[in-house]
Design a protein around this ligand. Sequence first.
Ligand code: FES
Ligand code: FES
Length: 196
Amino acid sequence: MDHRSDAERDTSASASSPGSTSAPPDRLPRAAVSFRVNGTGYRLEEDTRLTLLDALRERLGLTGPKKGCDQGGCGACTVVVDGRPVLSCLMLAVQAQGREVTTIEGLATADDSGPDSGGLHPMQRAFLRHDALQCGFCTPGQIMSAVCLIAEGRAGSDEEIREYMSGNLCRCGAYPNIVAAIREVAGAGGGDRAGV
Ligand code: FES
Ligand code: FES
């Protein structure tokens, strides 16, 4: 992870986004976008159709956000933008101009460090404790939604947790353990340290 938080990295790429090769490169609509991801500033100059998910995964190498359905139906790509959960497959990279993006890679901070933290955010530790995953593909998205849920004070009951988390699908069926992990963090005052 690049810790040069004050240094804006120019990651301009000559490669175009998937499916964008039908027009000559000089005729593709391109735009510059600057935004921060996990505390580091980036500047991209890309095809305007590039999604935030593809920018994160393919340009910045942050593969925590997963591409499940790529059409807004599964929640695997969830990241946090200015404190709100966002489906990054439905957001264009240019729409992130000037915004602060947090991915699972940037969730834990030095504040979470402790002898037993393992460098993980409390929600990540709770997921491990409660065995709230099997294959793990949905887990980054589940955790990013979960920290926002608690930050928004929406974890008052299991029913409320299930309702808020309903956009995050888990094909392994780990739902009861996911709810248990979120309930535990909420009960421990995890909203004060949502990490976003
Ligand atoms: Fe974005 Fe499924 S990959 S919602
Ligand atoms: Fe496999 Fe959720 S743990 S999809």
